[in-house]
Design a protein around this ligand. Structure first.
Ligand code: SF4
Length: 333
């Protein structure tokens, strides 16, 4: 697959250094087709590769349990940077940095940023390499550029699906954000976390566009879900079973709060939280999702019942205000 750096030499060196005999390869959707090629390289290097076929959406989802059950002595996780998590199995992270040029997409973004002077710059781990180049293009065009560093992410300017601390740390200082990368997912997170105009520079399609209408649409959907959940009498509180999504204490807190408000609440645990899983509990009126918050936001139309984030639940039961939650961010604690 062209356009990404899979760091094959580093993988070989790490396998040799650790003396790994059995290696689990974990790739996110989109990069999985590279699995066979990478497995061949590892096998030639003297270790037995096993490719994880399960979906993988983030570094919150390292396949530790699977590695232990397969007696694997090294996990190679692709496409994400390391989260601060306890590692029971040695894991190396191959961030799969993109090698596509970004200048054309950034040039396209300039007219969309014409009314703004102070620009906050953000990207996913794939495009961190080019952040300084993007900064130079913006500065040459009369912009002041700020890159946030909250200290919570592996790199300044980086955002992940559920951590926007870098952009939030500079939201008060900038007029708008420019997100560099493909797809709507991360850019939507920037807009929803900061309430600032947000433009995407997409280097894969060499185009730029504003994400603001899409963000407004999601905010309206979230308000409708909260309104619907206000009349719920029975809540299902969902605990995620992926290693970095398990928040049992938060779930217990939600259950107690629901009961304090006179509602019934049940704890449900699941690895994959999808419409099919939740359909099995027809007497639940609304769910509170303590696992991946993006399931509530990005897949909301697919569920037949409201699936609230923790912050949204607090609004639904009157323990927090909608306005404050929008300021704080729809899904970050
Ligand atoms: S919890 Fe969700 S958004 Fe956060 S890293 Fe995991 S998959 Fe991505």
């Amino acid at each position: 697959m062209k356009g990404f750096d899979f760091e094959e030499e580093r993988i070989k060196q790490e396998i040799t250094k650790l003396g790994a005999k059995r290696v689990l390869l974990q790739l996110p959707e989109g990069l999985k087709p590279e699995g066979l090629r990478l497995a061949k390289i590892i096998e030639k290097n003297g270790a037995l590769p096993i490719i994880s076929g399960d979906p993988c959406y983030g570094a919150c989802d390292i396949a530790v349990n699977e590695a232990e059950s397969l007696d694997v002595d090294l996990i190679v996780h692709f496409g994400h940077s390391k989260l601060l998590m306890h590692e029971r199995v040695p894991t190396i992270y191959v961030e799969a940095r993109a090698t596509v040029p970004v200048d054309k997409a950034v040039e396209q973004a300039l007219p969309l940023l014409s009314r703004h002077v102070k620009i906050g710059l953000a990207t996913s781990v794939q495009h961190l390499e080019v952040l300084n180049q993007v900064r130079e293009i913006l500065v040459r065009n009369g912009k002041t550029v700020i890159i946030g560093d909250s200290g919570q992410m592996s790199y300044p300017g980086q955002v992940s699906g559920c951590n926007y601390s870098n952009v939030k740390s500079i939201a008060d200082e900038v007029d708008a954000f420019l997100f560099v990368g493909g797809g709507l997912f991360h850019a939507l997170g920037v807009a929803l976390s900061t309430s600032k105009p947000t433009v995407i520079a997409d280097p894969y399609d060499n185009r730029a566009f504003s994400i603001d209408d899409e963000a407004q649409k999601i905010i309206k959907q979230r308000w409708a879900s909260i309104e619907e959940a206000r009349s719920a009498k029975t809540f299902g509180v969902v605990i995620g079973l992926k290693p970095g999504q398990k928040r049992v204490d938060e779930a217990l807190k939600i259950k107690n709060l629901a009961q304090k408000h006179g509602d019934a609440a049940y704890l449900l645990a699941a690895k994959e939280i999808n419409p099919e899983t939740l359909l099995e509990f027809p007497s639940v009126d609304a769910y509170v999702n303590t696992a991946c918050p993006r399931i509530s936001l990005d897949a909301s139309g697919k569920f037949s019942k409201p699936v609230l984030t923790i912050n949204e639940f607090m609004v639904a039961i009157g323990e927090a205000s909608w306005e404050n939650m929008l300021k704080k961010g729809l899904f970050e604690s």
